[in-house]
Structure formats: C-alpha cells, structure tokens
Write a protein that binds this ligand. Structure first.
Ligand SMILES: [Zn+2]
Length: 607
C-alpha cells in the first residue's frame, strides 16, 4: 500500500472518510460450517446495476446434507491494514435449493448461517453496494466497475481456505475485463486455486484503455479508467518507466514471480491524492488527475510492483496465512512497507528513471520527514497501522523503514567490503521462507542480515533503531558511502498552505514578517497562479524551487489570488530561508566509499 501526493489535511480527510468506525473482535466463536464443494461465484456488472452502484453476486456450491452452512465475508483487504467489514455493504441476501427458499440468519455480523433441506446444490444471492472509491473496495461508474474479492466472495467459516473456485462475470458485450486471475475455458470465466488467490485478484469490468508489453520476459498489462485519460506522451512515458524499473527489482530476487502482471489504474477528480494497493500479480491505483505523469507516479508503480515479492510472497510469519476476520497485527511493516519503499527508490535509480540526484533528494526528503516527526519505534508504528494513530507518526514506518533499509544496506556492504548487500538478505529470505511455504521470523531476518555481514551482530542496531527511538547516526553512516548532509537554502514565500479538493491552494497562515504578508496576501486567500503557472504545480510539483532557486533575493514574484469573488494580483519579493538539509556526494570520499555507494546505486556487489 502507498498513499501520497496530497496536502496533509486532504490526505487525513480522505483517510477518515474511507475508514468506518474501527471494530475489533475476539476470535470467531461461531462453529465451523458444514463442508461445501464446487464453489462458483457469478458477478453481474451490467449497465443497470453500475448506474446504481450495485453488483449482484450469485454463489453456488454443493452440500452433502442438512448441517448448517456458515458463510463469511472478510473484514479487510490484505495490504490495506484497516477494518472495513465488507458485510456492511450486503443487501437482498437470499438462499435457495432448487425452488425452495432456505432459512437463514446471522451467526455473527459478518457470517450468514443457512440450513440446507437436502444434499445437492445451494444458491446464495445478494447485492453489494459499490460506491467507495478505494483500491481495497468496490466502486462503479455507469461504464465501469472495480471490485475486490474480499468484498464479494463468501468463504465457509472454520474450514480450509484451500478450495478452488470459479468466477464468472456477467456483463455487457462491449465491456472489457482485466484481472490477474487465470482464465477458465468458458467465456468471461476465471479460476483461482484457493481462497487467498481468489481475493487477491481484483477486477476491472467496463470500458477502459488496455495495452500490454513484455517486460523481463513476461506480459505486463496496463488498464486505465476512464478511457483517454492516461494517453499519448504520458502513457508512453509511464510505459518507459515501467520497463526500466521492473528489471532491477527482478534482479534482487532472481526471478519474475508472475505469469503476467496487471496495473489497474483509476483516475478520478473526487480523489484527493494517489494511492496503490498491491497484489501477487497486479496492483490497483486510484489517482487524482494531477497524480498521472507526476514524479510520484513511477515511484508508486515501483513500490506496488516490488510488493509482488516483498509482502505478497516474502512475508513476516505474523501475516501467514492471512486471516480475514480480524486485524492481523505485525511489527514488521517497516520491512514489508518501508523496505519496499527503499527498493522503489533503488529500482528507479538503477533503472535510470531518476538520476543519482533524484535518489539523494528522495532519501533526504525521508530523512527530513523523520527529523520533523516525534521520535518513534518502528515496531510500534507498524503495530499502530491498524488504528491510524493521531500522534503525528501514522504511516511513518514507510519513510523510516525505508531509511532503516538504507542503513542496513550500508552496514552490510561495509562489513562485507561490498561482497554482499541488502539484496542478498531479501533473496536469501525469499528462498529460505517463501519458497518453503512460510513466513519469516525475527531470528530469520536478523540471521540473514548478520550472515550477509560476515557475522556482524545487529542486536544493538535493532534495540536502538528498530525497537527503539534513537535518532539515526547519519554522519557516521553516510561517511561510509561518501555522502553527507548539507544545509540548504531555498526560496520561500512565507505562507502555510493547504490543497483544496478542487485543486486550489489555500493560504492557512502567514509567517510574521513574511514576504507574502508584506505584499498583502491574507489568510484564506486562494492562490491561483505563481508567475502564470498553476499554484498546485508550483507548490506541490517542485516547480517553485526550479523557478526561483537560482534567482537573486528580492526578485518580484507575480502571484494571482482569489479573495471572495475578486481576483487580486500581487508582487511578492523573493526571499531565501533554511530548507531541509540535502544529501550530497562528498568530493573527498575515499575510493572504497565510492565503490560501496556505486554498489547501492547500481545494484552491484564485488566478487
Ligand atoms: Zn506498500
């Protein structure tokens, strides 16, 4: 999962809106279901239903007798660590056997219990409200549906998840279907080998753009809704970035784990940022229009695709197997999310999507983010994922976990004289745990890190920097690879701003004596443009530093603002202030430091 690209206020608002009251419950106390066989789901996504945000689901299965069948819907979608309780969206529930209606009730809030009258086939039907634009949920437009299996596909309570199933899609003849699920011989029908696979393969149904390319020897599909929105040069660039960033990720693990990979991408102006959710052979993005083609987009794609290995396959033991009925807490999201984010940066620089300066900028951005946050423990922050804490550390296991990965990479390369790296740790654990059908433990993680480092102990490191709150020792660590932090001076207007849902930039506060205040800008003004460029692009697309970083102080900045209904033109004098320190190469770095640094940037080790 990765969410970004909005002003913090907007991100918070959209997270809150998408998170119904958190409910947590004890281990399920309902008895096990009678066994069911030959499970088949039929999802109707036709124009009539889509117009009303309705998907119709028919589930059929066989029973051997009259023992009660208990069927549940998940409480969450793996990767999106929040309890949603998909049973909330179900209506018009019914169960039949031939012409007979079956008696049913609720065994608990997400479990339906029904009583078959005889052995043979049972049919369960219901509607799902698909009105939430969230990559772990279901959403329709008149010509389109996104749905996740966790939202629609019932499982028998207390039984093995190891049952195969087929999914048939009933839809319009002119609608396309995109999913990572394997096609069955029948038209518009798919099959999954078990329940985990079934709910890990979201669907796009409707009218959208779809093309594909072979990357690292396997097909990658790019499905974008609505039609025409992700087109032309923007699409060409995105494909170039995809083709550059996947091969370095493949090299970390030594294999392409999918037969085909699908990028399922939705653009919608009601969405406040850009968000991705990973699966074993696909990911779903939801993006504001301005996210497409932004610098964040290739980073999001590289992050979600790296998850196909790190978390969908190589996964902490706490998350194996996935449990769908309750929060599944783990202290390891700093590896599953944070180190995934480190590898997204590495994939981009190793693949040439960004240059080394881009990598340093991404890294120093993370260093500043953590420096400005309250001290926190990575393991605690990972456990907190489920409750969206409001102490200023929510989701910071992403940047801090990414930096922990960077530190480990430096220490491993230092201890092994660049003969091994964090890549070796990821590959070794992938083989030793995922390939053996299980998750990794703390001993296995730290054992692999230590082995890659010629036996160096990481007890102290883990105690201080992972399960501890000590600030990271940047001066000492960066020196090892010939980098250092340098104070930076950046152009400033002296306004505190927030993005508006319609894409404007609102002035919240003015620093005392700031150039903007001196020029007559007031709180609550809406900044429309800066030197004729849209304010959003200027402040959130990095254009401000580009436009004014090299200009002398005092240069006049033409700013257009809206105040009530009036348009006002002001001239703000350019000022410089201390910016976050930036990561730069040390010209006096030793040849060894340069060798280690190049190892990180190029994905190489010395033999
Ligand atoms: Zn993620």
């Amino acid at each position: 999962m990765l969410r970004s690209l909005a002003g913090p206020a907007v991100v918070l608002a959209s997270l809150c809106a998408a998170s119904p009251a958190l409910a947590q419950r004890a281990a399920s106390e309902v008895p096990a279901s009678a066994p069911v066989t030959g499970v088949r789901y039929e999802v109707t996504a036709d124009r009539a239903g889509l117009a009303e945000h309705r998907l119709h689901v028919v589930t059929t299965f066989g029973v051997a007798g009259t023992a009660p069948v208990l069927l549940s819907l998940p409480a969450w979608t793996p990767g999106a660590y929040e309890i949603v309780n998909f049973a909330r969206t179900v209506s018009e529930f019914g169960a039949t056997q031939g012409a007979d209606s079956l008696r049913w009730d609720k065994a608990d809030y997400d479990t339906w219990r029904l009583w078959p009258k005889k052995s043979g086939q049972v049919t369960v039907t219901f509607d799902v409200v698909a009105d939430t634009l969230d990559n772990g949920m279901s959403w329709t437009k008149p010509d389109f549906a996104l749905f996740n299996g966790t939202n629609l596909f019932l499982y028998p309570e207390g039984r093995s998840t190891d049952f195969a199933a087929t999914v048939a899609i009933k839809t319009e003849p002119d609608f396309l279907i995109a999913t990572g699920m394997t096609r069955a011989p029948e038209a518009r029908t798919f099959r999954a080998a078990n329940y985990h696979e079934l709910v890990d393969m979201p669907f796009f149904v409707g009218q959208f753009d779809l093309d594909s390319a072979v990357v690292s020897g396997k097909t990658v599909r790019f499905a974008t809704y609505p039609k025409g929105v992700f087109a032309g040069a923007m699409r060409t660039t995105a494909w170039d970035q995809i083709k550059r960033s996947i091969p370095p990720e493949v090299l970390v693990f030594g294999e392409v784990p999918w037969d085909s990979y699908s990028i399922l991408h939705i653009t919608d102006s009601t969405f406040g940022g850009m968000s991705g959710l990973e699966h074993a052979n696909s990911h779903v993005d939801v993006s504001a229009p301005r996210g497409n083609g932004s610098d964040f987009q290739p980073s999001l794609f590289a992050h979600e695709i790296f998850h196909a290995w790190n978390v969908k396959r190589l996964r902490p033991a706490d998350l194996v197997p996935y449990r769908y009925d309750r929060p599944q807490q783990t202290g390891w999201l700093w590896v599953s999310e944070g180190i995934t984010d480190y590898y997204a940066d590495l994939a981009l620089v190793r693949g040439g999507v960004i240059d080394t300066k881009g990598f340093y900028a991404a890294t120093s951005g993370k260093i500043s983010e953590i420096a400005n946050a309250p001290p926190f423990d990575l393991k605690d922050a990972s456990l907190n994922a489920w409750i969206k804490v409001r102490d200023g550390t929510d989701a910071l296991y992403y940047p801090k976990g990414s930096l922990a990965g960077f530190l480990l990479d430096i220490m491993i390369r230092d201890a092994s004289d660049n003969r091994s790296s964090l890549d070796n740790v990821m590959r070794d654990l992938y083989r030793a745990t995922y390939k053996q059908g299980r998750g990794f433990t703390a001993d296995e993680w730290w054992g692999a890190v230590s082995r890659a480092s010629n036996g160096r102990s990481y007890d102290d490191f883990a105690r201080r920097y992972i399960d501890g709150r000590d600030p990271y020792p940047w001066d000492e660590m960066l020196k090892v690879i010939g980098l250092r932090m340098q104070a930076d001076s950046v152009p400033r207007m002296g306004v505190s701003i927030r993005t508006e849902p319609d894409g404007g930039v609102r002035v919240m506060e003015l620093a005392p004596g700031s150039p903007a205040a001196g020029a007559g800008i007031k709180p609550n003004d809406l900044i429309v443009s800066v030197n004729e460029r849209p304010a959003m692009q200027v402040f959130y697309g990095g254009a401000f530093a580009e436009m004014y970083g090299a200009k002398p102080a005092g240069t006049s900045i033409p700013v257009v603002i809206k105040r009530d209904s009036a348009t006002v033109n002001v001239q703000v004098p350019l000022k410089f202030g201390a910016g976050p320190p930036k990561l730069v190469e040390d010209p006096a770095a030793s040849p060894r430091a340069v060798r280690l640094r190049n190892g990180i940037l190029r994905g190489t080790t010395d033999k």
